[in-house]
Design a protein around this ligand. Structure first.
Ligand SMILES: Nc1ncnc2c1ncn2[C@@H]1O[C@H](COP(=O)(O)OP(=O)(O)OP(=O)(O)O)[C@@H](O)[C@H]1O
Ligand SMILES: Cc1ncc(C[n+]2csc(CCO)c2C)c(N)n1
Length: 292
């Protein structure tokens, strides 16, 4: 039976079901967090990039994303040198390219017009973790060698990597939809990657099929959230939302989606979804991600 139950605005703790896949938003801001990577795409930066930068161990700019980094840090830019700048370099300015190259950033020119610069940035990250120091990134064929090499190493073991992507949402609609497409694609190709699209307003990620528990802290998250089946239609059951769902069918093609819902449990919610998963957005707590 399908059901929506309206809960009070504040609920207690929801226990973690045994065997649940745990997604921990707080781990991003924990200095001991596993492997955090930051990808900066090409739109004006309006988030607290310093905080995201300081919590990352690998920083990659997609093409014009490097211009945005350069502008953002201004006088302080010398302290914030990306590890890689990748793309077809139709947006990267000569001034920014020369500056970061001189400071040790690795430039990976990929002219191919069959992958976006966001995809090229993902390939840098996967190759970095799957092939490691055996790769000379600067010697890769500049047409599409990166994508081919990443493909060759795609079966190598990959550690759990958390990828925070800045500037993937808003702006041009085709680029925004492509960013959502990448959530599904990366999860399918590299399940050990957790990909999170970070904007000033919220954080967006794919919750896979099965039973999931999302940990959060109300100082960081909430309350508004959405459960959005951007891919296949699905059936959802939740615990800890303002409008909790039981066996609720959700379909973006003319069915229902749960937008403007809210997380009301103390520090975590259960989201159970059928195969294919569901895209979830969680609003940041007021001003949490604002530029400082
Ligand atoms: N207006 C935009 N809206 C949303 N995302 C954007 C926008 N512009 C760029 N991006 C993101 O930043 C990445 C790097 O952008 P880039 O500087 O190469 O611009 P582009 O040439 O328009 O992008 P691409 O070459 O990938 O089509 C893109 O791959 C895309 O993910
Ligand atoms: C089916 C198909 N659709 C669009 C493009 C165009 N395209 C996709 S990624 C990219 C690179 C942008 O830097 C460009 C131009 C294509 N090649 N194939």
């Amino acid at each position: 039976m399908s059901l929506v139950v309206e809960n009070p605005d504040i609920m207690g703790k929801i226990p973690v079901p045994s065997g649940a896949n745990e997604i921990d938003i707080l781990s991003f801001f924990n200095p001991d967090a596993a492997k955090m990577c930051l990808i900066i795409l090409n739109q004006a930066i309006n988030v607290d990039l310093t905080m995201l930068w300081d919590h990352s161990l690998l920083r990659v700019c997609a093409d014009g994303g490097a211009n945005r980094l350069y502008e953002f840090f201004g006088e302080e830019k010398e302290r914030y040198i990306p590890d890689f700048i990748v793309g077809d370099f139709d947006s990267l300015t000569d001034e920014v390219k020369t500056y970061y190259q001189g400071k040790g950033a690795v430039l990976v020119h990929q002219a191919s017009q069959y992958a976006t610069d966001f995809q090229k940035a993902i390939s840098v990250v996967s190759l970095y973790f799957q092939a490691g120091s055996s790769v000379d990134f600067e010697a890769i064929d500049t047409e599409d060698g990166l994508l081919r090499l990443a493909e060759e190493h795609s079966t190598a073991p990959c550690p759990p990597v958390t990828l925070l992507v800045v500037n993937a949402l808003g702006g041009r609609f085709d680029q925004t939809v492509h960013s959502i497409n990448q959530l599904y694609k990366i999860t399918a190709e590299c399940p050990s990657f957790g990909v999170f699209l970070v904007s000033l307003d919220d954080i967006v990620f794919l919750v896979p099929g099965g039973v999931n528990y999302i940990h959060y802290d109300k100082q960081v998250i909430g309350p508004i959230c959405g459960l959005l089946p951007m891919g296949r239609k699905c059936t959802l059951s939740t615990q800890g939302l303002k409008w909790d769902l039981t066996n609720w069918e959700s379909d973006i093609c003319g069915g229902n989606v749960s937008s403007s819902n809210a997380v009301v449990a103390e520090d975590g919610v259960v989201v159970e979804c059928t195969e294919g998963g569901v895209v979830v957005n969680l609003e940041w707590a007021k001003n949490f991600m604002a530029k400082r």
